[in-house]
Design a binder for this molecule. Structure first.
Ligand SMILES: *Cc1c(COP(=O)(O)O)cnc(C)c1O
Length: 414
């Protein structure tokens, strides 16, 4: 006999401990549980305040509970939620129009996450090569230390073996090259390659900017061999680096662009953008998803895009980026026993720890949290900052103050 649902479950107190009892333990979340947010401010269950320099891993780029986004979402929630792919909807038509007008692309496919956007991109590349050149042109090239999502295909394409161990057998015909190593790319990209996928700025892999010459070489090799160049801008896109997408900063245009994270400011949505010619590959029935581009997600993303893709907004992102960067460079210089350098682009910066502090990014993250500041890490040796794009100069000064306070405490305790 089934146990009766205890109706108090909706009001019963839950704590961080509950996570360990009822969630699949794929994550190790912080001890505090945030309950409320506004802009870059968060409050936990005890009412303690935090300055959020994570924006939920570069997602809530317009801040928590952004009024324009809340207004759009609630308006749409009272109008129409979902239809299914047998019908299109006005928000998705507007969103696709806006994204194609704002980028090199002519066509958009919507899904629910970054992994799914990359999955669609890789499937498109495989099918395009299969149809145009034959089954032999199937190899996919990506970079070590890259991150493209957690489906079995995208995690295999991603260049971090710690994420694929134990999940074998993995999809075949995937090869990895060294990021920013032109010779390594030249050696791997031959006529049997259907796609090269790369993050123009590696996020999870340690906040490593792509060299322009490397990305240009990938572009040239793809053009020469008939492979499709996929830029994974799931983390670097949507204004994060001061341009709408980071490919614009480089002036190097991919064949396929993927976006997610900040596209929905926290409402799940992913997008794959491509050209008319390539889009034809995915004809009726070849690919799909139940929720992709539903009215709620599309409405939110359209509002986000409309807010971010304004010259004044992006100019302020560039200004805030320069401010954060110079502030962090000063901090790194003052704490040279802890950090070696600042790298990244725009409002996605990594503070790289010294050999003496190797493996301690998580400790720094915890110390900052105790002092009311949330930061990210990118591996055990990089502290990653990804504040909402609406960050103020006062908040940049505050992150500096709390980081210094936290480092002083750690140094004293050592
Ligand atoms: C986060 C991320 C992904 C995966 O996105 P999900 O929404 O978690 O599936 C893919 N690529 C990059 C570059 C990312 O940063």
């Amino acid at each position: 006999m089934n146990a009766k649902l205890d109706t108090t479950v909706t009001t019963r107190p839950v704590t961080r401990q509950t996570f360990d009892e009822v969630l699949v333990p794929t994550y190790a979340p912080a001890a505090m549980v945030p309950v409320r947010g506004s802009g870059l401010d968060l409050w936990d269950q005890n009412g303690k305040h935090y300055l959020d320099f994570t924006s939920g891993i570069a997602v809530a780029s317009l801040g928590h509970c952004n009024p324009a986004v809340v207004e759009a979402l609630t308006r749409q929630a009272n109008t129409l939620w979902h239809l299914g792919n047998g019908y299109t909807n006005e928000p998705v038509l507007r969103l696709a129009t806006a994204l194609t007008e704002a980028t090199f692309a002519d066509r958009a496919f919507f899904c629910n996450s970054g992994a799914e956007a990359n999955e669609a991109a890789l499937k498109l590349a495989r099918k395009y090569a299969h149809t145009k050149f034959g089954a032999h042109k199937s190899r996919i090239v990506s970079c070590y230390q890259s991150f493209h999502g957690r489906t079995l295909f995208t995690v295999s394409v991603g260049g971090q073996s710690k994420y694929t161990e134990g999940f074998e057998p993995l999809p075949p015909a995937i090869e990895h090259v060294t990021y920013n190593d032109i010779e390594s790319a030249r050696a791997a990209i031959g006529d049997d390659v259907c796609a090269v996928i790369v993050e123009p700025l590696q996020g999870e892999g340690g906040v490593v900017p792509g060299d322009k010459a490397f990305l240009q070489e990938l572009r040239d090799l793809c053009t020469k061999t008939g492979a499709l160049l996929i830029f994974d801008e799931v983390q670097s896109g949507m204004g994060r680096t001061g341009d709408l997408f980071h490919y614009m900063t480089y002036g190097i245009t991919p064949d396929i662009l993927t976006a997610a994270k900040a596209l929905g400011n926290g409402y799940p949505i992913g997008a794959m953008l491509t050209t008319d010619e390539l889009a034809k590959t995915l004809g009726v029935g070849t690919h799909g998803t139940t929720y992709g581009g539903n009215p709620l997600a599309a409405t939110v993303a359209l509002t986000v895009l409309d807010t971010i893709n304004q010259p004044a907004f992006l100019a302020r992102v560039k200004e805030a980026s320069a401010k954060l960067r110079s502030t962090m460079e000063k901090l790194v210089a003052d704490y040279s026993q802890v950090f070696t350098l600042v790298r990244g682009a725009g409002l996605l910066l990594g503070l790289v720890v010294t050999d003496a502090w190797k493996g301690r990014s998580k400790d720094i993250q915890r110390a900052a949290e105790a002092n009311g500041l949330m930061v990210l890490i990118a591996g055990m040796d990089v502290v990653r900052l990804a504040p909402a794009l609406i960050v103020t100069d006062a908040q940049i000064a505050e992150v500096d103050r709390i980081l210094r306070l936290s480092l002083d405490g750690m140094i004293k305790a050592a």
